[in-house]
Design a protein around this ligand. Structure first.
Ligand SMILES: *[C@@H]1O[C@H](CO)[C@@H](O)[C@H](O)[C@H]1NC(C)=O
Ligand SMILES: *[C@@H]1O[C@H](CO)[C@@H](O)[C@H](O)[C@H]1NC(C)=O
Ligand SMILES: *[C@@H]1O[C@H](CO)[C@@H](O)[C@H](O)[C@H]1NC(C)=O
Ligand SMILES: *[C@@H]1O[C@H](CO)[C@@H](O)[C@H](O)[C@H]1NC(C)=O
Ligand SMILES: *[C@@H]1O[C@H](CO)[C@@H](O)[C@H](O)[C@H]1NC(C)=O
Ligand SMILES: *[C@@H]1O[C@H](CO)[C@@H](O)[C@H](O)[C@H]1NC(C)=O
Ligand SMILES: *[C@@H]1O[C@H](CO)[C@@H](O)[C@H](O)[C@H]1NC(C)=O
Ligand SMILES: *[C@@H]1O[C@H](CO)[C@@H](O)[C@H](O)[C@H]1NC(C)=O
Ligand SMILES: *[C@@H]1O[C@H](CO)[C@@H](O)[C@H](O)[C@H]1NC(C)=O
Ligand SMILES: *[C@@H]1O[C@H](CO)[C@@H](O)[C@H](O)[C@H]1NC(C)=O
Length: 799
């Protein structure tokens, strides 16, 4: 039986025992003194911090209520959230106990009396759970604790806690299995802060998938989560590397924690405290920062990667989601990270059975690390037969005349494989290998919001008739075509068409904390940052409040927004949804963390030539899509660096497309209707001609010059008249063949002369006075879309 040595607070504590109804905040708090025990099913199984925010003691596992964890958890959140545990690898059963022994040791013993855990401190007169969530063993004489849970962290850091050099966080194995998991965050004594995949069960580390790259910064570099909510890496020399800040969420209103999650993402969460019994904002833990945000695309050297072998990883809201390729299924669907196994008997090399296998084409997925052969200068057909005739080959990739063979198990599967074709070897289609009916696939697609890959891979394996249905479905889903069937399916939900969501004004007000954080503003209105609590994690959003629109009927607004919502391209900012309530017209976009092209190009440091090339190509692809690939052509009308945003991977994303039309249903020009921004507008805006997509081409040309030179088209106060207007100057330089003048000391660009020339030619081509002389975006990208190889597509006309 529990015996509590209570020298103080005897009466309130007795009351507590009797009634068990006192709120946790009542003065039931006492320090755990020598001789005290806690038992899983005993009268006292856990024990609260003075404020009641945290509790310490035994907790049954969610997965098995007869197993107990000795833990510290947030006791007033729902769900209660474990932040520290003593015996993750050895959960105990009823009959075990925790005791502060008479010689001052804290000891956890199991039901048979074996000691499971002991922090190794002697002669501690008492233990206390502080309001920070820190369990301390202390002596009254010394002010610093003899031991504290903050110094032996498990998977979570709390405000006030630091990860000192030599300490690691380990993720847990599964949400309700607290064994050592597959990831570690290490504060290294070489000064580096690193995320590693862990090889289980040996627990050695594989190659890092994220690091601050501060090795050599001194042996005292520490990860600090301070009381005001800033998370930073404090280097030995005093420099702070900010990781994230939750400062904007006040300490009175929010709990916070930083946890290395089961999926390897180090995540900072906030949770709204209840104010007089009511939560004010969401009612769950909300992820504020995910590190790294792109875990799927960070392959490991050995090991499977995030998702296990033979699977592939898809990013959803910066979190990894694991999928199996065609004709493979999960080893354990309750633990997808364990990977996938083939649904068929794989080819054996003993039996000669090549005729019973075939190759299915899949796009958009790759296993970059599983190659064992690489052939140059081969055709697609020979690539296929090389794999089919090789019993070891499980996957072949064909890209640009090169062929790679891959073997099982496939590792580090991810989205990608730009421009290549990937073939998976599967048994020839037969009755023992059933395929889902098309309706199932569609429903699955919609609900899971998964990518095209799944459908496409199924499609390519299906029968002709099935293919026909699916091709239609894919067009409906991927391109700007609205499918009635889907619309019907959507009725009764708050989505409209493809994943477009209707928000209430109140919801957005909450998400943006009363439109408090303004990201910027333009002619259309102001943009605010917000956080959308989602089921799994949160999503950062950019909320664009449009000024009152000109006599726009509600229906037109909805129609236009829907057509914007039907665009899907990796170089466009995605529209999540909108709000159309009373006078409020609000668009909700995905948030782009790397700001706009303006900051990127004209910031203090010149971005690398390669990055600029990638950004320019991305913009061109996005524009080509808007102009040529949507069922209704979208002319942007205001292409400029401010409207090009960069996502976390520095991929260019065009924003604000479709707004020109939204704000004015009549898109043909009138004398007062000049859209666009000085320096970027095409000359035909000032003439009495019809406005076409070529206005965007003109603006693109100007912007391309800016990307090449990293300077603004109109440089205010530029002394030299010859160089003041970039377009004129570039034109002169181009004519005189003096490209070096334009790029100045940019050695990277000069070293890539072929590309530089090509870029400049395209830019000059785009800024022709006469619209019809300008190329279309499609032409710029050239016939095969590979980017700026225009030579074979047409001759440049420069007047
Ligand atoms: C509990 O321990 C704290 C120090 O952590 C001390 O200040 C406090 O007086 C102790 N309370 C009791 C009731 O012993
Ligand atoms: C934790 O909170 C629950 C109510 O949610 C309460 O019943 C329980 O007593 C609290 N635990 C402690 C140790 O205070
Ligand atoms: C729960 O754990 C106990 C003790 O290890 C074990 O005997 C029991 O089978 C487990 N129950 C389930 C449902 O896993
Ligand atoms: C947790 O997972 C580990 C590794 O698979 C396993 O050995 C252990 O039994 C699991 N623990 C529980 C409580 O299920
Ligand atoms: C501290 O060290 C880091 C990395 O070693 C370095 O980048 C930084 O400039 C140093 N700061 C100061 C103030 O010396
Ligand atoms: C690291 O910190 C310890 C204790 O604070 C100090 O004695 C030591 O000099 C520090 N080392 C460096 C390199 O700053
Ligand atoms: C880091 O965060 C602190 C506090 O939020 C801020 O004062 C400082 O300017 C930030 N430093 C950088 C480099 O962003
Ligand atoms: C179909 O598959 C089964 C085993 O998976 C195999 O025995 C059979 O020969 C196959 N049929 C054809 C026509 O390939
Ligand atoms: C999501 O997809 C899986 C198969 O990948 C399926 O089993 C599951 O039912 C789908 N979820 C929903 C909500 O449709
Ligand atoms: C909070 O989120 C978790 C998963 O993120 C979910 O399991 C739980 O049901 C949510 N709780 C509430 C109260 O919404």
């Amino acid at each position: 039986m529990a015996s509590l040595a209570l020298s103080h607070h005897l009466i309130p504590f007795a009351l507590f025992l009797l009634t068990r109804t006192l709120p946790a905040t009542a003065q039931t708090y006492t320090n755990l003194t020598q001789g005290t025990t806690l038992t899983p099913l005993g009268p006292i199984a856990s024990w609260a911090s003075p404020s009641g925010d945290f509790a310490f003691g035994f907790r049954p596992l969610d997965s098995n209520a007869s197993l107990f964890l000795l833990a510290i958890w947030f006791n007033s959140t729902n769900p209660q959230t474990i932040v520290w545990f003593a015996n993750g690898d050895h959960p105990v059963q009823a009959g075990s106990k925790l005791e502060l022994t008479s010689d001052g040791q804290l000891s956890l013993t199991d039901q048979t009396g074996n000691e499971i855990w002991n922090p190794g401190v002697r002669s501690s007169p008492y233990a206390a759970l502080l309001d920070t969530g820190n369990l301390i063993l202390s002596s009254s004489s010394s002010s610093s604790p003899l031991w504290q849970s903050f110094s032996s962290p498990t998977d979570t850091l709390l405000p006030g806690q630091v990860l000192t050099p030599g300490l690691n966080l380990f993720s847990r194995f599964m949400d309700s299995n607290f064994s050592t998991g597959r990831f570690a965050l290490a504060a290294q004594t070489d000064g580096n802060l690193v995320l590693y995949p862990v090889a289980l069960p040996a627990r050695n580390f594989y190659h890092a998938y994220w690091a601050t790259d501060t090795m050599g910064s001194g042996s005292n570099s520490t990860l600090v989560f301070d009381m005001s909510g800033d998370l930073y890496h404090a280097l030995t020399n005093g420099t702070k590397i900010n990781i994230t800040s939750t400062r904007t969420y006040s300490t009175e209103d929010f709990y916070r924690r930083a946890t290395l999650d089961v999926d390897g993402v180090f995540t900072v969460y906030i949770y709204p405290k209840k104010v007089s019994g009511k939560a004010r904002w969401g009612e769950n833990w909300t992820a504020v920062t995910n590190i790294p945000p792109d875990i799927c695309t960070r392959p490991t050297d050995v090991g499977s990667g995030v998702c296990g072998f033979n699977s592939f990883c898809v990013l959803e809201n910066e979190r990894p989601d694991c999928r199996c390729p065609l004709s493979y299924s999960f080893m354990d669907s309750a633990a997808k990270f364990k990977g996938c196994k083939p649904d068929f008997k794989t080819q054996t090399c003993e039996l000669d059975e090549p005729d019973s296998f075939e190759l299915e084409t899949v796009s958009g997925v790759d296993w970059p690390n599983s190659d064992y052969e690489h052939y140059m200068q081969v055709g697609e057909q020979s690539c296929r037969s090389l794999c089919l005739s090789d019993c070891m080959c499980a996957v072949a990739v064909f890209r640009g005349g090169e062929c790679w063979k891959k073997k099982l198990p496939l590792s580090n599967g991810m989205e990608g494989n730009d421009g290549g074709k990937l073939f998976i070897k599967v048994p020839k289609n037969n009755a023992s290998f059933p395929r889902p009916a098309p309706t199932t696939i569609l429903a699955m697609e919609r609900n899971n919001r998964s990518t095209l890959i799944l459908v496409e891979s199924l499609l390519l394996g299906g029968s002709g008739f099935l293919n026909l249905i699916l091709i239609t479905a894919i067009f409906a889903m991927v391109y700007c075509y609205h499918n009635r069937v889907l619309k019907k399916l959507d009725q009764g939900t708050t989505t409209l068409g493809l994943n477009l969501r209707i928000f209430s004004y109140k919801e957005l007000e909450e998400a943006t904390k009363g439109f408090s954080e303004e990201l910027g503003s333009g002619s259309f209105g102001a943009v605010y940052k917000g956080l959308l609590p989602a089921s799994k994690s949160t999503t950062s959003i950019a909320v664009k409040k449009l000024h009152r629109l000109h006599e726009d009927s509600e229906k037109e607004f909805t129609n236009e927004v829907r057509s914007i919502g039907q665009t899907h391209h990796k170089n466009l900012v995605r529209l999540f949804g909108f709000c159309n309530e009373g006078t409020h017209r609000i668009l909700v976009y995905e948030y782009m963390c790397n700001g706009s092209l303006t900051n990127f190009l004209f910031g203090s440091e010149r971005p690398s030539w390669n990055k600029r090339v990638q950004v320019a190509m991305g913009i061109a692809r996005g524009l080509a899509y808007l102009h040529d690939e949507c069922s209704t052509q979208i002319i942007h009308c205001d292409i400029k660096p401010q409207n090009i945003l960069l996502d976390e991977n520095l991929i260019a994303r065009i924003s604000d497309f479709g707004l020109a039309k939204l704000l004015r249903t009549d898109q043909s020009r009138t004398s007062t209707g000049i859209r666009g921004t000085r320096g970027y507008v095409a000359p035909e805006w000032f003439r009495n001609t019809v406005i076409t997509a070529k206005v965007d081409v003109y603006s693109f040309g100007v912007m391309l010059l800016e990307i090449i030179c990293c300077r603004k088209n109109l440089e205010a106060g530029a002394g030299d008249e010859d160089t003041a207007v970039l377009t004129y100057w570039a034109y002169d330089c181009y004519n005189e063949g003096s490209l070096d003048l334009l790029v100045g000391n940019d050695e990277e660009a000069m070293a890539d002369m072929r590309m530089l020339e090509r870029f400049l030619t395209v830019a000059i081509w785009c800024i022709q006075e006469e619209p019809s002389l300008r190329p279309s975006m499609k032409k710029i990208l050239n016939c095969d879309g590979s980017g700026f190889y225009f030579d074979s597509c047409g001759t440049v006309v420069v007047e």
